[in-house]
Design a binder for this molecule. Sequence first.
Ligand code: ARG
Length: 461
Amino acid sequence: MSTSGAKKLWGGRFSGETDPLMEAFNESIHFDRRMFAADIRGSQAYAKALCRQGILTADEQQALDSGLSAVLAEWQAGKFEIRSGDEDIHTANERRLGEIVGAVAGKLHTGRSRNDQVATDMRLWLRDEVEALLGFMRELVGALVERAQRDVDVLMPGYTHLQRAQPIRWSHFLLSYAFWFQQDAQRLEQFLPRLNQLPLGSGALAGNPFQVDREWLAQELGFSSVAPNSLYGTSDRDFVAEFLFHGSLTMIHISRLAEDLIIYSTAEFGFVQLADAYSTGSSLMPQKKNPDSLELLRGKSGRVFGDMTGFMMTYKGLPSTYNKDMQEDKEPMFDAVDTLTGSLQITTAVIATLKINADKMKQCLTGDMLATDLAEYLVRKGVPFRQTHHISGAAVKMAEDRGCQISDLSVSDLKTLHEAFEDDVLLVWNFEKSVDNRSSIGGTSRVTVQAQIDHLKQWLN
Ligand code: ARG
């Protein structure tokens, strides 16, 4: 349905009708309604700021305040009725406010523009969501740490190039991801001061003509600083770009963890088994149990990355200051928040409920994975490492030629490769010992894995 230009908030200079197609093309209410609470909060603060400047009487400010609270209550109760002509959340709230409080509603927007309003709403909205995401990240780190503590005895093959490399603790593997997610959380925390800057009071672009006290507004709305230039204040969406980057990186970490667990859950590996709650079956093959949760996590990382690149393409090349292109900033931001919110929670649940098969992990530890330890044995006898690497390689080949494990070679077999081999070489063939030798900070030994757990536990508290 088309509405006459004159009825719109900006309709004064228009005499023609808006094409209904354009009306639909232009509206953002179907997605930016999510920011209803932030929009009302910003308006209530702005009305107070206007009152402080004598633009509103105390009674008028009171009327606007309770009117805005009534609008908020309608949204919260799911009773807000969107009308044709409600172009976006800002116009919808103001239209409804007018219906509730009458003509005084027309004073609210004095000196304000939707340009500083929308930038303020987005920052307020995202701030709450970032706080919630930080909570989900901590829960994920907590689940990984808890498992790492519980499963600390379990050894598994560690891989490079997806080839068996050296024995490690399963906990060490889990904690590698815990540290990634800790960094993700720290990055989001460091982002907060940049996000938490107040655009309101920038006007359409040039600033506020009623000298509203922006420092006061910032305090009232919990912002830690004030956008120091009004053109910047209305133009800037770096906080969207930065958030989308942080989100993409977190999703990449989730995706890599998912990929590892997908591989470890195959029959060929059999290291882990997903709980039924996070798997699905095949409509055709009765025996199948598919790791759909993990595949979705891996898949959704591409989606958030797409949100980021799509937004960047919209953002680049815009002339100063607000341009309607910027209306395209919200859906990627919302989508990334939703995807991260779901993904972090599912990842946490998958980790907490995962079954592991410690015996299968142990069976996959083969003697050749101790070839490095054999070289290190000779290093301890004073042989230069470059030489020991070759000698140990020759032992691997000798075992291969004989069709046996490297640990099956006798001391005299080894002595033919180097005279420094003695009876104590047999002590090398011990996976526990190999793992516990790696006890410099960050290593896979019991002591250093426990130190990692303690470090993360402390961070979590
Ligand atoms: N719906 C618009 C957006 O999301 C609000 C700002 C519109 N400002 C304007 N001058 N047309 O970007």
